[in-house]
Design a protein around this ligand. Sequence first.
Ligand SMILES: [Zn+2]
Length: 183
Amino acid sequence: MKDFKIVKDNKKSLRERSVDISLPLSEEIISLGNDMLQYLILSQDDEYLKKHKNVRSGVGLAAPQIGKNINLLAIYFIDENEKENKYVLVNPKIISESTKLCYLKNGEGCLSVDKEHPGYIYRPYKIKVKAFDLLNNNEVLLELKGYSAIVAQHEIDHLKGILFYDHINKLDPFKEEIGAIAI
Ligand SMILES: [Zn+2]
C-alpha cells in the first residue's frame, strides 16, 4: 500500500489543469490507479485509520491530489443498497448532464481541504461520463446519478483545478435552489 502524501489546497499544483494519459496504459499508470483505489478502500477501514492517524477517510481521489497532474481518478464507496461503487477512470469527460440539480445536505469534503467550508454545492443530478476504465481495460460510458454523480463531478473538477468550495455561493452559502434534490 502506497502511503500517499496528499497535496493540500495551499499548493498551486492543485489549481492546474491535468493532462490526458496516452493509451494503451503503461504499467506505471495501471499500478498507480490501483494504488489510488487501494488507498480509498483502506481509508474507510476503521482499524487502518486507528493505526494511521494522518489518513482521512475518503470516497474519491484524483491524481493531482497525490502530486500528479494527469487525468486519472479513483472512486470507492458502498452505497445504501450495499453495492460496491468502484471506479478507476482515465481521461474522464462529462458528455451530458441533467438540468435537475442535487446537493449534499451536509456539504462536501475533500482530502486536500482541512478547513471547513460550510455551504451547499449544487451539481447536475445525472451525468454521463466517457472514460477509459482502468480496472476493466476498456472504454466506458457511465450513467451516474445522485451521490455517485456528485463524487464523480467533485473528482473531475480536481482534474480542472477546481475545488468544491469554488461552487459555494459566497454571499448566501445555504441559498435554496428550488427543485434541487437533497442527498
Ligand atoms: Zn476533493
